[in-house]
Ligand binder design. Structure first.
Ligand code: F6R
Length: 608
């Protein structure tokens, strides 16, 4: 995700901002910028690419005098990674500068209102509306303007703000995006993450939702959304830089597993408006949606697994036939692509060579393409006819978790949108499913809360030789991902099977003590899966089952049961995958593997 640093003190701000931003590089970014008040004006310098470019441009900050400033590393969300879209953003008179993390969900509406009032925009970002909105409400009193802006913004934000007319104050505010304040010996700082301030201080304040921090050289004070003063206690950070980068988690993978409620919320919320699904960036008319005859979902690895789930969801809800292909197969199999087809390419990185080639193949055939992509401005995002972004933020662990979850919900939204337009679900059903989608983030949180139980279970299987994952329908798709997660980070041989397929060969591999993970979240197939559990158990398997709360009957067949909260049958993957991710993670940790960088694997596979 993006990084924020701000400084006010005795020292020159720019070198401190650059240093702070460099401590946030691990979070991933595609452009950077700083704004410094030079005694007369607010100067802004931005650069696309690595922070090094910005450092060279400013001679390591030396050529930007001033002791008040804000800095930002941007991971593109709204608008490509360009200098114009990089932060900080100004108001029109360049008297207010803003850096922002998060997503302003109602930015188009706010932007339109501001444009109607004569405001001109220089970027495609959601952030620029904040600068102009502050300008609109600013009548000489920054706190008043900030609180008014807070009341008008929907979505998530952490903001660092400076006003030319108040050169001895640095303002910061947050909602659903992290922000901390550091109390230094020679000045005070703000940052989106602890590592950025550790060189200067270990004394920090954690800003809570809808709180404002007001920093001077010596003092720090806090206000609530009504502008009233509030008291906060400083905390002392004991972590070292390494642990701080991971937000206190032992590995990026665990941190990213824990980020999933937010990822799912960020991907869903901007598209759920007044009980309806609005996917603005899709740019497809209802007529075009109704004209779709067939969907081809094409992807690699875990992204492909989300496609296997989505096949059930699109077919079940929107009644559109779906074919799912591995991109490396699709590109060479001369697929039959007919008029009325829609090819959906799913990719976290947007750079996977096979997925990109599959996209180009579809385009050459004149077929409409849609990318579901996490990295804004990536090759697939640029080349696909339409793009729907997942808002997972940068994923650092090689094994995907939060991007996978974001890809799933993006496809649920799309399927439900198509179903709504094509009239294959009633308004009432749709409303119920939107309600279920909205509950997913807190249900994921609930599952994450029982990590110790999964950890204890995982510890028993660190020495396993083979593990089998079985399930039917969507449960088979979940099994595919559960199995991949385990093998890629723990190096234990594991395979996923459609549960009914076992007896056609694989069951001969089951022996005394073999671990079989059985996923049984689909009510209609539940009894069938129980029969398969019994089959392997009679041959000596130890069965771990993942099923819905209330399905206690399974306890008679399985040895160990993990329950997931009730949700719509099409959305169970989003919940069932959480314990399987945790299981893989703890097995990998128990075996002493390099969890975040498993052997032989790369995060972005740009070769065939
Ligand atoms: C597995 C994993 C990979 C990716 C695959 C596609 O944990 O991360 O299987 O899902 O390499 O990558 P993207 O989504 O970047 O196209």
């Amino acid at each position: 995700m993006c990084g924020i640093v701000g400084y006010i003190g005795e020292a020159q701000a720019a070198p401190i901002l650059l240093d702070g931003l460099s401590r946030l590089e691990y979070r991933g970014y595609d452009s950077a910028g700083i704004a410094v008040y030079d005694g007369t004006d607010i100067q802004v310098k931005k650069a696309t690419g690595r922070l090094k470019v910005l450092s060279e441009l400013t001679h390591d900050g030396v050529t930007m005098p001033g002791t008040l400033g804000i800095g930002h590393t941007r991971w593109a969300t709204h608008g490509a990674p360009t200098d114009a879209n990089a932060h900080p953003h100004y108001n029109s008179t360049e008297t207010i500068a803003v850096v922002h993390n998060g997503i302003i969900e109602n930015y188009l509406k706010v932007k339109k209102r501001l444009q109607d009032k004569g405001y001109e925009f220089q970027s495609e970002t959601d952030t620029e509306v904040v600068a102009h909105l502050l300008d609109y409400y600013y009548k000489g009193e920054p706190i008043e303007a900030i609180t008014k802006v807070m009341l008008r913004l929907e979505g998530s934000y952490a903001l660092g703000i400076i006003f030319r007319d108040h050169p001895d104050v640095l303002y910061a505010v947050r909602k659903d995006s992290p922000l901390i304040v550091g109390k230094g010996a020679e000045g005070n700082l703000i940052a989106s993450d602890v590592p950025a301030v550790l060189k200067y201080t270990r004394e920090v304040y954690f800003i809570q939702n809808e709180e404002i921090a007001v920093l001077n050289k010596e003092d720090i004070s806090f206000r609530n959304v009504d502008g009233e003063p509030i008291e906060k206690e400083a905390a002392t950070i004991e972590w070292d830089i390494n642990a701080a980068e991971k937000g206190g988690y032992e590995h990026f993978m665990l941190k990213e597993i824990y980020e999933q409620p937010k990822t799912v919320r960020d991907t869903l919320n901007p598209r759920l408006k007044d009980g309806r699904i609005v996917i603005e960036e899709l740019g497809m008319t209802d007529e075009e949606i109704r004209a779709i005859q067939k969907i081809h979902i094409v992807a690699c690895g875990s992204a492909y697994h989300t496609g296997v789930t989505a096949k059930y969801v699109f077919e079940g809800l929107a009644r559109i036939p779906v074919e799912v292909d591995l991109a490396s197969e699709f590109r060479y199999r001369n697929p039959i692509l007919e008029e009325g087809a829609l090819v959906i390419i799913i990719s976290q990185s947007g750079e996977t060579a096979d997925s990109l080639a599959a996209l180009r193949e579809a385009k050459t055939r004149g077929i409409q393409t849609l990318g579901i992509v996490n990295v804004v401005g990536s090759s697939i995002a640029r080349e696909a006819d339409k793009v729907m972004y997942t808002w997972a933020g940068p994923e650092i662990a090689v094994a995907t978790t939060k991007a996978y979850s974001a890809q799933l919900v993006a496809q649920y939204l799309l399927a439900l949108k198509f179903a709504q337009v094509r009239g294959t679900v009633t308004d009432q059903e749709c409303e119920g499913m939107i309600g279920d989608l909205k509950k997913l983030p807190e249900q994921i949180e609930l599952l994450l809360g029982s990590k110790e139980r999964i950890q204890r279970f995982a510890n028993r299987y660190v020495a396993a030789r083979d593990v089998f994952f079985i399930g039917r329908g969507i449960d088979y798709a979940i099994s595919l991902e559960g199995s991949l997660k385990l093998k890629e980070i723990s190096y234990i041989h594991s395979e996923a099977y459609a549960a009914g397929e076992l007896k056609h060969g694989t069951i001969s591999l089951i022996e005394e003590g073999t671990l079989v993970a059985a996923v049984a979240t689909q009510e209609a197939l539940y009894k069938k899966t129980i029969s398969n559990i019994v089959e392997v158990r009679t041959r000596g398997a130890f069965v771990m089952a993942v099923t819905n709360t209330g399905n206690t009957e399974i306890e008679k067949a399985a040895d160990y049961v993990i329950y997931i909260p009730q949700t719509n049958r099409y959305f169970t993957n989003s919940l069932a995958i959480i314990p399987l991710q945790l299981f893989s993670y703890y097995v990998s940790v128990g075996r002493g593997c390099d969890v975040d960088k498993p052997r032989n694997l790369a995060k972005s596979v740009t070769v065939e």
